[in-house]
Design a protein around this ligand. Sequence first.
Ligand SMILES: [Zn+2]
Length: 88
Amino acid sequence: MDGFEYLFLIAFFGLPGIAGAWFARTRGKNPLLWGLVSAPFPFFVFILWMQKPSVEVPGYFRKCQSCGMVYPWKLDTCKYCGVARKLS
Ligand SMILES: [Zn+2]
């Protein structure tokens, strides 16, 4: 096996694994577990990407104190009910 084949394998299994781990992290799930299942089955990356976290993930997703929906951390107002987050 030469270097190119190794690179191909790393790209083929490594990238979905890294993407899966990253999405799992931003959604409050176990990055190691999801990275491992995403590497051989990149479909899991898609599942994770489609999924919204159900809990607040500091730095990534915020839970609305008014309606309980989860929205991106960088927004200052809930995109579902428009209530501004409480400054803590
Ligand atoms: Zn809301």
